[in-house]
Design a protein around this ligand. Structure first.
Ligand code: 3PG
Length: 208
């Protein structure tokens, strides 16, 4: 079932997307699916984000649509009610964790330090976001924590590029990486969906 989906195994690159309207979100989602990336993390950074999640869930068959940038506990239920199928937060507090857990949806709480990873493991959560990945230590950080904390598995996000993605994907504790490079602002603004499809196809071909 949806609640059992392994978020780290759906796609090698999770597209992190900002949508300025529901229609824009749907067009981006279709372009990503056409390129072979049937998943999207729609960030709650615009007024249109919840409408975009609802529209994508309704209008784009076969895509896994989640809500990103969950920074307040109240966001979790709003996103779930809008049709989000998973949740992602940039960091973790106790109340954020409980709010995401209460939805029953799969989720990736953000971590950036060994202590935060330990706290998540203590709460029984092994699938994590590592954010901001490049700024917080990059692939070297994840390589270092694989020894002492082998149970933790990550989706690193933040500053990752097509050039740096393979070094993350080669690590045993990385399932996928996240990034916004698939949806350049100028491509979105000009409606260049073919360019997004091409970037998605290149990302979909990355090997884990
Ligand atoms: C996120 O919310 O995960 C990041 O903003 C995405 O990071 P990037 O824009 O550096 O890819």
């Amino acid at each position: 079932s949806l609640h059992d989906v392994d978020l780290l195994s759906v796609v090698p690159v999770m597209p992190v997307v900002v949508a300025n309207s529901a229609d824009e979100g749907v067009a981006i989602a279709r372009a990503l699916v056409a390129g072979g990336l049937p998943a999207i993390e729609l960030t709650l950074r615009t007024d249109a984000a919840l409408d975009a999640i609802r529209a994508i869930a309704d209008e784009v068959p076969g895509i896994l649509v989640g809500a990103g940038t969950i920074t307040r506990p109240g966001h979790a239920k709003l996103a779930a009610d809008a049709g989000a199928q998973f949740l992602v937060s940039p960091g973790t507090t106790g109340s954020l964790l409980h709010a995401m857990q209460d939805t029953g949806l799969p989720f990736l709480p953000g971590t950036a330090t060994v202590s935060e990873v330990l706290a998540a493991l203590e709460a029984g959560i092994t699938q994590l976001k590592f954010f901001p990945a490049e700024a917080a230590g990059g692939a070297a950080f994840l390589k270092s924590v694989a020894g002492p904390l082998p149970a933790a598995r990550f989706c690193p996000t933040g500053g990752i590029t097509p050039a740096s993605a393979p070094s993350y994907l080669a690590l045993p504790n990385v399932g996928c990486v996240g990034g916004s490079w698939l949806t350049p602002a100028d491509a979105v603004a000009s409606g260049d969906w073919d360019r997004i499809t091409k970037l998605a196809a290149e990302a979909a071909a990355l090997v884990r």
